[in-house]
Design a protein around this ligand. Structure first.
Ligand SMILES: Cc1ncc(COP(=O)(O)O)c(C=O)c1O
Length: 436
């Protein structure tokens, strides 16, 4: 592009930050379960000239001119999303996971209406009813927790709570829960009590489309998902819905809209203005990738890696919440290691070892969310990098050494050298010209 300056010329400070961040991502082992390394194609589409365009509205119904090509791209993203998940309707415009969930509340509930959500401290998301979030402040959340003994969701408890409280909506889905979710059972409960069922598969969407986790789309009224995380696309979200509003006569008797139309008008003009067309182009690219057979292999490898990492950690005496995993995610409970409330200390020590994780509460954690007693791990990013079961042993040993030493920085330094040796064998973005 001869008419414009490259980033390194126009803003060397930001250019340098990008290069240093690339080095950090290349050298380290990325275990944050909501993160991934997206493809060069997705990066290109996200950084494309579609960022220049404004296109409020929906394909063929825009409020701005010049949208012929944007329409083609958004229609393609919609059609690919529908095919990928087997959905009747897809809205690809939500800016991210939280706005997507907000749109569902806005479409289906009135202020103060009650709903059932998975407690943050048991593994749910902020938008599932936390008291500091719009969902807990504007609506009445009744939380369900995991069982104290098994640390798993007990569907009999969820059902009893639903019958007792008669919520208008039930949310299923996870942020820090390592076990399979029975979306069909959630739907049956929702139907029994005349509640909408929102399944938020932000974390596990990649597993769902790869056939490594039950797909809620045939059951749930509405499904939201981020497009980053295990789906490996750009930062963003989509909402998948059924067309028919099963509860129309009960909750929206005066509306002429079906369920898909209720959701669409909540996204735009209800909550958002113009969609991010560059990101929507990148979503289309990611959906195309996820439709390929290789993505199924990737999804199953994520789970195999997580199960192997979990087994290896336990063989080093590390305590895991639920003693294992069914998905991409592992939650370490550090209380038996004498590290109650020391999640931050261990996260920081692991940073020194070039292993990136995040501190997290464990179920019934006596410590605060800022200094919790758990560490959350996941395998989507390392699996994208090509790591398999045989690499999990090295990573588990590094994690265990740091935890068992209670975050000793000398131990972390030693671990770092083995991690740098490992990551060197799995180059990230070879040949990528990020400042070009
Ligand atoms: C289950 C779930 N829903 C929604 C979100 C929110 O997504 P975002 O951070 O893109 O707003 C997250 C993010 O971690 C999540 O885990």
């Amino acid at each position: 592009m001869s008419l414009m300056n490259n980033l390194s010329d126009s803003d060397p400070i930001i250019a340098d930050a990008i290069l240093r961040e690339l080095k950090r991502q290349e050298e380290g082992v990325e275990l944050i379960p909501s993160e991934n390394y997206t493809t060069k194609a997705v990066l290109q589409a996200t950084g494309s000239i579609f960022t220049n365009k404004y296109s409020e509205g929906y394909p063929k119904k825009r409020y701005y001119g010049g949208n012929e090509i944007v329409d083609e791209v958004e229609i393609l993203a919609i059609e690919r999303a529908k095919e990928l998940f087997g959905a009747e309707h897809a809205n690809v415009q939500p800016y991210s996971g939280s706005p997507a969930n907000q749109a569902v509340f806005f479409a289906l509930l009135n202020l103060k209406d009650n709903f059932l959500g998975f407690n943050l401290t048991s593994g749910g998301h902020l938008t599932h009813g936390s008291h500091v979030n719009f969902s807990g402040k504007n609506y009445t959340c009744i939380s369900y927790d995991v069982d104290k003994e098994t640390e798993m969701i007990d569907m009999d408890v969820v059902r009893k709570l639903a019958i007792q409280e008669k919520p208008k909506m039930i949310i299923s889905g996870l942020t820090a829960y390592s076990r399979a979710i029975d979306f069909k059972a959630f739907q049956e409960i929702a139907e029994e009590v005349d509640a909408y069922h929102l399944a938020d598969i932000s974390h596990i969407a990649g597993l769902v489309v790869g056939g490594a986790h039950q797909n809620p789309v045939p059951y749930a009224d509405v499904v939201t998902t981020t497009t980053h995380k295990s789906l490996r696309g750009p930062r963003g979200a989509i909402i998948l819905t059924k067309l028919e509003d099963r509860l129309h006569d009960l909750y929206h008797p005066d509306s002429k809209k079906n369920l898909a139309q209720l959701i669409d008008s909540a996204v735009f003009p209800g909550l958002q203005g113009g969609p991010h067309d560059n990101v929507n182009a990148a979503k289309a690219v990611a959906f195309n990738d996820a439709l390929k057979p290789e993505f199924k292999t990737y999804a199953h490898q994520i789970v195999k890696n997580a199960k192997t990492l979990a087994d290896e950690l336990m063989s080093h005496g590390i305590k895991l919440v639920t003693n294992g995993t069914d998905n991409h995610l592992i939650l370490i409970d550090m209380r038996p290691h004498g590290l109650t409330g020391e999640g931050k200390l261990i996260q920081n020590a692991l940073d020194e070892a070039a292993i990136t994780v995040n501190k997290n509460t464990v179920p019934y954690d006596p410590a605060s969310p800022f200094n919790p007693s758990g560490i959350r791990l996941g395998t989507p990013a390392i699996t994208s990098r090509g790591m398999k079961e045989s690499e999990m042993g090295v990573i588990a040993k590094g994690l265990a050494d740091v935890i068992n030493s209670k975050g000793d920085l000398e131990v972390a330094k030693k671990v770092k050298s083995t991690i740098l040796e490992l990551t060197k064998q799995f180059p990230l973005y070879p040949g990528l010209s990020i400042l070009g």
